[in-house]
Design a protein around this ligand. Structure first.
Ligand code: PLP
Length: 395
């Protein structure tokens, strides 16, 4: 049997609950009240027919899957979505009983045994995979019905059977002994775009496939299509479940969706000043001397670097917050450390806390700011924080 330790390669830092982090050089703070607030804000825009699935894949987008899962369930989410079997097992081992949908593909007998054992719910993406599930379950004399979620590809060109072949696929799954269709779903490719054309086309294809399935006398028990962006943009996309990741963590999938709902960022990244010194004009800073001091300046070394998930491409471009003020980072970001110009701040001390992402007073630096600077998306920034940073849960 797969266990989390053997398979995930991820060790969740158990210091979450303790305040041992005072001794840390760098950490990630998780604001559970903000997380709960976001879930409740999302529930407000859902009709009573629609359930909220919190997507907690990739260690809850870097926030720490177990604590996040417990909090979102207490706050009103009904489902959890993960990418892999080990991610789901981690939640079950922590005692979480809610239904868990595995959004990724699963194929091997080992994975299927684990799914049955831990009462997980797989995504079925193709007839071939459905047959492997049926054969594997038969071989272990599985004497129940495994809830499975049929995935249709309506235009994302990722997992799923093409929507034109939906009826044959659903009929096959329906015929297989130990499988029970729990839902039929699809995933949107452009829900974050202000132009809804492709999203509408995907929804039409989804509707068409479902209509054809109904003509066979099969009533899908549950339908779902929406990610965060679709959940915020159009109630007609909500169906029976919405699968929300990014918005649960308090970030907006697109600028034009900001006005739809009030969300609070859940994650903050902090580190401590480890040394302060004065450098003379003309002094080079860090590897390759990409920064040369034009005048005498006060330099602070901070104990966080690219091995923690601060992207090296932000070198010489990023700012951080100390005492609520913006301070410039200087020189190349190194593996475990980075440098700041703190000349404008009086008497910065070793041990002072630096906010890399987060809010201090009126100033805020967000994952979106980093994403914009790096020409990527905030999802990637959140997932980039490494596990050597303890996740500290603030209640
Ligand atoms: C990751 C994922 C989601 C959540 O996406 P967000 O944009 O973060 O809300 C929903 N559905 C599927 C299939 C996913 O893979």
């Amino acid at each position: 049997m797969l266990s989390h330790e053997q398979t995930s390669g991820v060790t969740y830092n158990q210091q979450c609950d303790t305040y041992a982090w005072f001794s840390q050089r760098a950490w990630v703070e998780i604001d559970l009240a903000a997380l709960s607030y976001n879930v409740k804000q999302l529930l407000k825009i859902l009709s009573s027919r629609t359930q909220l699935m919190a997507v907690v894949k990739a260690d809850a987008y870097g926030h720490g899957a177990v604590k996040v899962a417990q909090t979102v369930l207490e706050s009103g989410a009904s489902w959890l979505g993960v990418a892999t079997v080990p991610e789901a097992i981690q939640l079950r081992e922590a005692g979480i009983k809610a239904p868990i949908l595995i959004l990724g593909a699963t194929h091997t007998p080992e994975q299927i045994h684990a799914i049955a054992h831990w009462k997980l719910q797989p995504t079925l993406t193709s007839p071939k995979q459905a047959l492997v599930f049926a054969d594997t379950l038969e071989a272990i004399n599985y004497n129940s019905f495994l809830p499975v979620h049929v995935k249709l590809d309506t235009g994302m060109s990722r997992l799923g059977t093409n929507w034109q072949e939906a009826t044959e696929f659903v009929q096959l799954v329906q015929r297989l002994p130990s499988l029970a269709i729990a839902s039929i779903y699809s995933h949107l490719a452009t829900a974050d775009s202000p132009d809804p054309t492709i999203m509408e086309q995907q929804q039409q294809r989804f509707e068409q496939a479902i209509a054809q399935i109904r003509t066979l006398g099969i009533e899908p028990p549950c339908l779902h299509l929406a990610n965060s962006a679709a959940t915020l943009s159009d109630k007609a996309l909500h169906y029976d479940i919405v699968r929300v990741g990014l918005a649960v963590y308090g970030l907006y999938p697109a600028e034009h969706l900001r006005s739809c709902i009030d969300l609070k960022p859940v994650l903050q990244v902090k580190a401590r000043v480890t040394q302060v010194k004065t450098i003379a004009p003309g002094t080079g800073v860090s590897y390759s001397h990409q920064f040369i001091a034009e005048r005498e300046l006060r330099l602070a070394v901070v104990g966080i670097g690219y091995a923690d998930g601060v992207p090296r491409n932000l070198s010489n471009k990023m700012q951080v917050l100390i005492r609520g003020q913006r301070v410039s980072q200087i020189g190349a970001i190194t593996m475990d450390q980075l440098m700041l110009d703190v000349s404008e701040l009086p008497n910065v001390q070793e041990g002072e806390v630096v906010t890399l992402l987060g809010t201090e007073g009126k100033e805020q630096i967000s994952a979106e700011d980093w994403a914009n600077q790096l020409n990527t998306i905030s999802w990637e920034i959140l997932c980039g924080f490494k596990h050597r940073l303890p996740r500290v849960a603030l209640a």
